[in-house]
Design a protein around this ligand. Structure first.
Ligand SMILES: NC(=O)c1ccc[n+]([C@@H]2O[C@H](COP(=O)([O-])OP(=O)(O)OC[C@H]3O[C@@H](n4cnc5c(N)ncnc54)[C@H](OP(=O)(O)O)[C@@H]3O)[C@@H](O)[C@H]2O)c1
Length: 245
């Protein structure tokens, strides 16, 4: 299938490692012009070189306004923005009473406001083009709370509602917005949790972790012109963890 991604301009936040990096590589392999993001210039430059991305915009998404600044700069530099992928590092763990207001503010900024900020800049441009693909990488926590991930459980469920609302406004303008909900996926973040094989089998009906490349395959299709009739969806890629949602 020709995904018609050649020359499409893509900005992928949180893409020097893990899931974001796999999405970047996959879009590059389909001929898209991909720009990556991470917190530091050095790592962005190294990964950009390694995967042959078109460029990078370094910036920390826990900082107020940075996602809007980067998205505006991307549009100024490229004159177009076809594909926007929002993604960032996962939040700290903590049960409800362990999470203070400062932590809520930090996580609200990085998981929620960075998405709103980049959309404020991206949607008017996509509307002018009569084309746009927006993908939000969130978590299965959006549908089923994960133990100890209080801010993720709360904020990500809300983001799904927000995207359904925005999709309604933009569905007739060639712009789709969808959420990808990773399950237990084999990245550095998950490796740090040191889950035993037995634990993984207990948690995941498929009996194994997901590979970031599997998630990237889905993202690449959703980012393509071929996926024009799919919008406002929260799609889990989780080996069967979510059932009945
Ligand atoms: N892996 C899983 O099993 C899983 C499951 C459910 C949900 N998720 C969610 O999916 C997202 C990606 O997870 P992952 O496993 O791919 O994580 P990861 O391996 O830790 O990669 C995170 C990426 O985001 C970048 N990043 C981190 N903090 C950032 C910040 N403040 N500003 C800009 N970029 C930042 C990192 O780059 P730098 O280090 O260069 O800044 C890196 O490229 C997370 O939000 C996570 O909660 C993951």
């Amino acid at each position: 299938m020709d995904l018609q991604l050649k020359g499409k301009k893509a900005l992928i936040f949180g893409s020097t490692g893990g899931i974001g990096l796999s999405i970047a590589k996959s879009l590059i392999s389909e001929g898209a012009d991909v720009y990556i993001n991470g917190r530091t210039e050095d790592k962005c430059a190294r990964i950009c070189d390694e995967i042959k991305a078109k460029g990078f915009y370094a910036g920390d998404l826990t900082e107020k306004g940075i996602a809007k600044e980067i998205t505006e700069l991307f549009i100024k530099d490229n004159g177009a923005l076809d594909i926007l992928v929002t993604n960032t590092g996962g939040p700290k763990k903590g049960n409800f009473l362990d999470v203070d207001t400062e932590q809520w503010n930090t996580d609200f900024q990085s998981l929620w406001l960075s998405v709103v900020d980049s959309l404020h800049a991206a949607l008017p441009q996509m509307e002018k083009q009569n084309f746009g693909r927006v993908l939000l990488v969130t978590s299965l926590a959006a549908k089923e709370p994960l133990p100890g991930l209080t801010t993720s459980n709360g904020l990500r469920a809300g983001l799904a509602g927000l995207v359904r609302s925005i999709s309604n406004e933009y569905a007739s303008k060639g712009i789709t917005l969808n959420l990808i909900l990773p399950g237990y996926t084999n990245t550095e973040r998950l490796q740090a949790l040191n889950l035993s094989e037995e634990k993984i089998k207990e948690l995941v009906p498929a009996g194994r972790l997901g590979e970031p490349e599997e998630l990237a395959d889905l993202a690449t299709f959703l980012a393509s012109p071929r996926a024009a009739y799919i919008t406002a969806q929260s799609i889990a890629i989780d080996g069967g963890v979510l059932r009945g949602h």
